[in-house]
Every structure is written in C-alpha cells, then in structure tokens.
Ligand binder design. Sequence first.
Ligand SMILES: [Fe+2]
Ligand SMILES: [Fe+2]
Length: 166
Amino acid sequence: MYKKSIELLNTAVADELAAVHQYMYFHFHCDNQGFDLLAGLFKRSAIEEMLHVEKLADRILFLKGDVEMRAGEEVQIVHDVKAMLEMATASEEGAIKSYNLAANECSANADSATKKLFESLVDDEERHFSQFDSELENMTKFGDGYLALQSIERSKTLASGGGGQE
Ligand SMILES: [Fe+2]
Ligand SMILES: [Fe+2]
C-alpha cells in the first residue's frame, strides 16, 4: 500500500548518506586548514543529516520496508573552502526541492505521516541552506580576511593552551 512512500524514503536515505559523507569530508579538510568555524559547521551538519537518515529509516521500517544503506553519490574531492560552501548550498537547495516534491506525492497517495516527515526535513534543510549561504556571503563581503580571521582564532586558542579541535 505504501510502496511509493518506501521508494521515496529510500531515495532520501541515499541523498542523506551522500550528504553525511560529503560534509564529514569538508569537516576534515576545514579542520586541517585551520578553519574552525567552518569545520564545526560541517561537522554539526553531517550529524544532523545522519539524524535525518534515522528518521527516514524509522518510517521505512514502520511501513515494513527495508532501508537501503547506499550513498546516492560519491564524495567530491573539493578542498577550496568557497567551492565547499557553493556545493553545500546547491545540495541543500536540491534537498529542499526534492523533499517538497516528495511531500506532495505522499499527500496525493494519502500518506500523511510520511508527508509530515518530509515537511519537517524541508524545515531543517532550509535552515542548513541559510547557514551555508550566510557563510558564503561573509566570505564575499570580507574576502581573504574571512579565512585569515579563522586561522588567527585557531592560533590564539592553541597559544593559550586550548585545543583547536571542535
Ligand atoms: Fe538532510
Ligand atoms: Fe541539510
């Protein structure tokens, strides 16, 4: 009865797993380059996308389907911070669009609980989009100073005996 919902949910699982991997990768590289603010943002985002996988998985199992744990995309090798933020905003925009469409489809199939789940994900992805977009704007506004400031913060923390890790 809910076959289509299970399909939509599993497509979302694949996209979320790809986002978890990509954001973790960005986290490692921002951390390695000394950009703690962005490293922390990517880390928290990866964790939130993982929690999305859990919500989707719960619903799939409730509908008596099975969870396909396959990432929808390979991790892209991107080390430039601006390119990371551009990729992240594009990926959140894609998620917002596809979850809105999925919610509509669930509504047409009279599956209101799955529809609500997709709508709650839209709220989260819109927040993610706005966080990444603000950082992109800061970068444009402050230019090289934006990254320099993050590196200096790291040095200050290390010099004062604190850890640089998030
Ligand atoms: Fe997500
Ligand atoms: Fe997201």
